[in-house]
Structures are given as structure tokens and as C-alpha cells.
Design a protein around this ligand. Structure first.
Ligand SMILES: [Mg+2]
Length: 327
């Protein structure tokens, strides 16, 4: 097995509540023709070179860095899928049962705007194709957060708006902002408070919310199946990503736990190439919402896999395994 780091050049510096970045790295594992990918995310603080050094040791440690663990897990699936001729989704189906419906409609994300006029034009344009728009809030300026949602709502009156705060509000601000933003009929509000505040803060937030608030989702607060269960009484849904879970198997287990708790599932991704987002997209039929557009931010995406048609409908490649191929 070979490992290498690929540096992704981003279309624009991506600004969210955690900070701004202009490049990202992904880990690539290859085994003959088979290649898998897992992203490095500043949030987890894993160093690409250190991860590579760990993988080049003669004996791998029991606990691998998250990114390495995911790339290796996907490779195990890829090898089996190539032998059986089945897509990665077949594994999910073996655990979760046949999906009740087709994949949810495609979504595009917008980083925190710096120019609201340019943002408005872009929202109008993108909403012609994509029925779901994800807006990054938590700018540190509550007025800008409200203006972002207001401008997007006017530019895209029929869009489903997913508002992702990335933990950018405190426990005093969050209930007020949720009540205010409910006026714009968002489909959901994600991670309004910081994950470091813990489960107690989610319980407190739930008690402070108005009568029928928009659905509240947890993202950074939900890393494991145990987190899904611990938050089940205080949130309406969870954001599940392959990297957070650390393996495709663990992501499937989190989807299963969410369904057991009657929680909605938002399937997300990181900034990664089509090889990474296509792997995640195999879980789309079991999700209520998908946010799988990480590859759109990459100018040097060297794979092709999942696509969206003119109406934003997700189209998966018809090949075994992940199914993405080099461009
Ligand atoms: Mg999020």
C-alpha cells in the first residue's frame, strides 16, 4: 500500500467560524489501481507529514490518526467491492436495510459573505440549479448573520435553507438568533452553540427555545454513536461525515443510531476531491439532507464521481466500490 499527501487548491479562501484557509490537504492511499482518500481538517489538528510518518512505520499503532484510519477503512471496502462487483452503498444496505427513498436533493454551501451584493447574485445563480442552500453563519457579527439569511431568502424564495453556525453563538445569543431567523423559514439550524459547552448546554438551549423552533441539528458535538444517543432528546437531527466517524462502518453505525432515536440525518463532507465526496455519497439514500459539495471548492480535483443534474439531483457513478475515477 502506498500513501501520499495531495494539496488541494481552493477556489476561494473558505471562511467559517473556525477560521479561513486557502489550501487543504488530503491523504491518498493506493493499492495497485485502487485509490482512497481522507481529508485533513484544521479543526482536528492532525498533521499530514506526521500522519504519513505513522503510516510508513513497519508496524502500525493500534490507534491510528483519524485521517489514516478512514483512508485504510475505505481501502478495505474498496478491495471487497472490487472482488464482488458491488458499490460501496451495498455495505450500507446490508446494515441499514433498503433505503426508503431516493437520495435527497443536492445542496451547495456558501461561506460567510464579505460582500452581500456579490453573495446575493451568487445565491440567485446557484439556486437555479440547487434546491437546497447551506449558509455559513457564526461570523462574530450577529447583524451580518441575520443579513446573510435575509439576503439569501430574498434571492432564493423557494430554497431550503440550511443554516450552519459552526458553534459561533453563545448560550445567551443562540435562542434569540434562532427565534429571529425562524422568520426566514430555514429547513434547519446546525450547531448553534460551541461543542465545548457539552451536552448540558444543549439541554439548556432546548429549554430556552421558543414554542416551535426550526429543527436544530448538531454537527461538531456529534462525533460518535454515544454522542448521537446523548443528544437525542435535545436535537432534531445530526450531521454525519465519514471523517468524523473515522470509518465508513462507524458512519453507518451513526446513521443507524440516529434512526433508532428518530433523528434526522444530514450527510456532510469536508473539503475534499470527488474521490472523497463520492465515497460519502453512498450513504445519501439513508439521509434526509445531503451537503456533499466539498469538491466544488477544489480547483485541482483530479477525480470524477458523483454529479448533479440540471435540477440538482444527485447522480452516482455506476461502478463497483466508490466508483470515482481519475479525470
Ligand atoms: Mg456543520
Amino acid at each position: 500500500m502506498n500513501f501520499e499527501i495531495k494539496t488541494l487548491q481552493l477556489t476561494e479562501p473558505f471562511r467559517i467560524a473556525h477560521g479561513t484557509s486557502a489550501t487543504r490537504e488530503v491523504l491518498r492511499a493506493s493499492n495497485g489501481e485502487l485509490v482512497t482518500e481522507a481529508p485533513f481538517v484544521p479543526y482536528y489538528g492532525e498533521d499530514p507529514e506526521q500522519t504519513l510518518a505513522v503510516l510508513q512505520q513497519a508496524v502500525l499503532p493500534e490507534k491510528l490518526p483519524r485521517t489514516a484510519a478512514l483512508a485504510l477503512n475505505l481501502m478495505r471496502h474498496e478491495i471487497i467491492c472490487q472482488q464482488t462487483g458491488r458499490p460501496l452503498a451495498a455495505f450500507a444496505e446490508s446494515k441499514l436495510g433498503a433505503a426508503a427513498q431516493a437520495a435527497p436533493p443536492g445542496c451547495r454551501s456558501f461561506s460567510i459573505p464579505t460582500d452581500l451584493d456579490a453573495f446575493e447574485d451568487r445565491v440567485r445563480e446557484i439556486s437555479q440549479q440547487f434546491p437546497v442552500l447551506k449558509l455559513k453563519l457564526g461570523s462574530g457579527d450577529l447583524g451580518l448573520d441575520i443579513a446573510t439569511v435575509s439576503v439569501a431568502r430574498m434571492a432564493a424564495p423557494d430554497a431550503h435553507l440550511l443554516l450552519d453556525v459552526n458553534g459561533g453563538w453563545d448560550l445567551a445569543e443562540a435562542p434569540l438568533m434562532i427565534e429571529k431567523l425562524a422568520e426566514y423559514s430555514p429547513a434547519l439550524i446546525e450547531q448553534p452553540i460551541h461543542h465545548r459547552l457539552g451536552v448540558d448546554a444543549w439541554e439548556e438551549l432546548r429549554a430556552l427555545l421558543p414554542g416551535s423552533p426550526p429543527p436544530i441539528f448538531a454537527d461538531e458535538s456529534v462525533q460518535t454513536v454515544e454522542d448521537v444517543r446523548a443528544l437525542a432528546d435535545f436535537v432534531d437531527g445530526v450531521n454525519i461525515k465519514l471523517l468524523k466517524s473515522g470509518s465508513f462502518d462507524a458512519a453507518v453505525a451513526m446513521v443507524e443510531a440516529a434512526k433508532e432515536q428518530s433523528l434526522q440525518v444530514l450527510l456532510g463532507c469536508m473539503i475534499e476531491t470527488s474521490l472523497g465526496t463520492t465515497a460519502a455519497a453512498h450513504l445519501a439514500p439513508w439521509a434526509d439532507w445531503i451537503d456533499l459539495d466539498g469538491h466544488f471548492y477544489v480547483t485541482n480535483d483530479d477525480y470524477t464521481g458523483l454529479m448533479y443534474d440540471a435540477c440538482g439531483k444527485l447522480m452516482m457513478p455506476n461502478r463497483p466500490g466508490i466508483g470515482a475515477v481519475p479525470r
